[in-house]
Design a protein around this ligand. Structure first.
Ligand code: PMP
Length: 407
């Protein structure tokens, strides 16, 4: 199988050339946000330099070009997720807004007091809080699928929890806090048997595997560009066309209407019905470029490389005394969360930053995961296509120095 040429790939990422505290940057915080390749930076730059204009409005040439680029990006996202149509792709600010859109437009009109919303114990706050808000407003009840000590979903419990009153199941595809890759197809199959729609939070999945919403069998899929080498502030919601057609708009304004009078307003068709106001045009163009970067590089090649890094780092970290890896699922994305006996993760993060190594420390917007493993926080390394084995060595040396200082 063809290997990823990582050194050549790195040349596409200008930020990787910089130094931090006099040391070469070792960026291992990719689950928080990945770095951007030149193709993404240049696509956005090109828009502002050459054809900046508002979309879907003007007859003039710049507006035509901007609209075309914006809609091409939508097609790119449809291709990334294997949507049946680009009408099923709604641009949002990211995963968070995509989930809030489903909560407000799809679920709110459908839930009554006593109805149930099912999520898992390993969700990011963005797949918890929108449902809690909805529960507060409607009297619906949030139910939680438990996880085991390895950080895996307990599928048996799902069978017990799902039922007549379940109105939606929300599940993270790949956990940012544990790395766990959830069996989303199996879960969707179970849900389908009960007639329950499924929303998948794909924020951590799109950069690492070829996502196919039709094969997964979900009803909604949320993603963020910035986790997959694209810009911040843009992402998408994919939804089944039939469901999206039924849903009312959730924000009102320009773009989302066909005709407005004080007596009656009619709404635009999909996907514009859900895109009120001037969108993040440069962001969408950057997202389109990020999709093309993924395809051009080869998602499977990237995944193989990242899995090799994950294996190498896991093996070496497992030998460190007092180091506990939080999340040991059989199937993991390139994320390793850990604690070190007697040391607060924030202190580790601060010390190794002085060696140029960027990692994330804290609760990773998944406080219930911290509660389950009974830790206040974890340190987390997460890999991307451009990371090197040698960078893991730099990280491990820095970690050893931190330990000597702190323990
Ligand atoms: N879900 C998961 C699993 C995530 O990792 C993140 C980002 N950390 C989000 C949701 C939220 O994404 P965004 O902040 O881009 O909306």
């Amino acid at each position: 199988k063809e290997q990823l040429d990582v050194l050549r790939l790195r040349e596409q990422f200008p930020v990787l050339e910089r130094e931090v505290h006099g040391k070469p940057l070792v960026y291992l915080d990719n689950a928080a946000t990945a770095q951007r390749p030149l193709s993404v930076i240049e696509a956005m730059d090109d828009f502002y330099r050459r054809y900046n204009a508002n979309v879907h409005r003007g007859v003039h040439q710049l507006s035509v070009e901007a609209s075309e680029a914006f809609e091409t990006a939508r097609k790119d996202v449809a291709r990334l997720l294997n949507a049946t149509s680009d009408r099923e792709v709604i641009f949002t600010r990211g995963t968070t807004e995509a989930i809030n859109l489903v909560a407000n437009s799809y679920l709110r009109p459908r839930v009554k007091a006593g109805d149930e919303i099912l999520i898992s114990h390993m969700e990011h706050h963005s797949n918890i809080v929108p449902w809690q808000l909805l529960c507060e407003q409607t009297g619906a009840v949030l139910k939680v699928i438990p996880i085991n000590e390895k950080g895996e979903l307990m599928l048996d419990a799902l069978e017990d929890l799902i039922g007549e009153r379940t109105r939606l199941l929300g599940l993270v595809h790949v956990s940012n806090a544990l790395g766990t890759v959830n069996p989303v197809r199996e879960v969707c199959e179970i849900a389908r048997r009960h007639g329950v729609p499924v929303l998948i939070d794909g924020a951590q999945a799109t950069p690492h595997e070829q996502v196919d919403v039709q094969a997964i069998g979900c009803d909604f899929y949320a993603m963020s560009a910035h986790k997959m080498y694209g810009p911040t502030g843009i992402g998408a919601l994919w939804g089944r066309e039939a469901l999206l057609e039924e849903m009312p708009p959730w924000q009102g304004g320009g773009e989302m209407i066909l005709r407005v009078s004080f007596d009656e307003t009619t709404y635009n068709e999909l996907p514009h019905k859900f895109e009120a106001g001037t969108p993040n045009i440069s962001g969408a163009i950057g997202l389109g470029a990020a999709v093309r970067f993924l395809f051009d590089t080869g998602i499977e090649k990237i995944a193989r490389h990242e899995q090799a890094l994950l294996e190498y780092a896991t093996e070496r970290m497992s030998k460190i005394e007092g180091l506990r890896i939080i999340g040991q699922a059989a199937h993991k994305g390139p994320v390793i969360a850990f604690t070190l006996d007697g040391v607060h993760p924030n202190d580790i993060g601060t010390i190794i930053d002085h060696h140029g190594v960027a990692i994330r420390t804290g609760h990773h917007c998944a406080m219930p995961v911290m509660q389950f493993f009974d830790v206040p926080a974890t340190a987390r390394v997460s890999f991307a296509a451009y990371n090197l084995r040698a960078e893991i060595d730099v990280f491990l040396n820095a970690l050893e120095k931190a330990r000597q200082m702190l323990v």
